[in-house]
Design a protein around this ligand. Structure first.
Ligand code: HH2
Length: 284
């Protein structure tokens, strides 16, 4: 399978790709404020590349539960020096704004990570014209309200149907199907049980025929596995367990904060897959 992003195939390496998170925000749930200063964000991005990140996801708007949207002009103001400082690196821009996406694509980004799956009517055209890759993610509601008692009859089935429909809408709007990756949106309008069910449904989502992106890193439901409510800095082991199982189940890209540890976990998972005949050497 290929994931063609401005002429680059981000699935050329058969083990799952690791997308390192660079939050240029004052308020992200696990690292808000740490990388708001451009120099800190750039240094963090370079460190994640050195740790083995295949792609950096640079975002200027937190989507944590309860957060408000950040105006495009402010996103651009935060992103400009960081995109400049990381120019030449494989960059994804985490935004739902077509204006912000266009700005980042002009400065060399190769992927648009859109947690609203093309809700902005101008977004598909911006992505198609640039030949950029896109992550289409499932969310229920907006960050402000999404965790207010989310309900589904069949969460995996509903998310699968949504992603199939957005893939069709993207291609109808001129985006190449080979440029599209799909993400069930762990934590976006979902209870912990919904998140576990979606992680268990990765093989089914992968059967849609496009790379599956999983962003579970440090999320709150992982802090509850030991019956506690562990803070983000104590969610590493659970994040790695989920990453390894997602890799085994066919996730193509893991969006994570802890790149070095995830790369090691994914390599071990891939070695098991290889020994079982489905890993690196067997896949093309
Ligand atoms: N999760 C977050 C943000 N963007 N994009 C995709 N495709 N998938 C995700 O699961 C996803 C995402 C939330 O995580 P983070 O960026 O660390 O926090 P915040 O939104 O508070 O900045």
């Amino acid at each position: 399978m290929t994931w063609l992003c401005r002429g680059r195939d981000l699935r050329a390496d058969a083990r799952p790709g690791v997308m390192g998170i660079v939050n240029v925000t004052p308020d992200s749930f696990s690292d808000g404020g740490r990388f708001l200063a451009p120099d800190a964000a750039i240094a963090h991005g370079r460190a994640l590349l050195a740790e083995g990140a295949d792609l950096l996801d640079v975002g200027a708007e937190s989507t944590r539960p309860g957060s408000d949207p950040v105006p495009p002009a402010e996103q651009v103001r935060r992103l400009a020096p960081v995109l400049e400082g990381l120019r030449g690196a494989p960059l994804s821009v985490d935004t739902a704004s077509a204006e912000v996406a266009a700005f980042a694509l002009e400065r060399g980004a190769i992927v648009v990570n859109d947690v609203t799956a093309l809700a902005d009517p101008a977004m598909a055209g911006v992505i198609a014209r640039a030949g950029a890759g896109v992550v289409l993610m499932h969310a229920r509601g907006t960050p402000r309200t999404m965790q207010d008692d989310p309900r589904y009859d069949d969460v995996a089935g509903e998310v699968e149907a949504f992603l199939a429909a957005r893939l069709a809408a993207a291609t109808a709007a001129g985006i190449s199907p080979e440029a599209v990756a799909l993400d069930p949106g762990i934590g976006f309008g979902k209870t912990a049980d919904h998140n576990w069910a979606l992680l268990a449904a990765i093989p089914r989502l992968a059967a849609l025929g496009r790379p599956v992106v999983i962003g579970a890193s440090r999320k709150r439901f992982l802090g509850a596995v030991a019956g506690a409510d562990d803070p983000p800095e104590r969610r590493l082991e659970a994040s790695l367990a989920v990453a390894a199982l997602a890799a085994r189940d066919g996730a193509a890209v893991l969006r994570v904060h802890d790149v070095a540890a995830t790369v090691r976990a994914v390599r071990a998972a891939d070695a098991v897959r290889a020994a079982a005949g489905v890993g690196t050497r067997a896949r093309t």
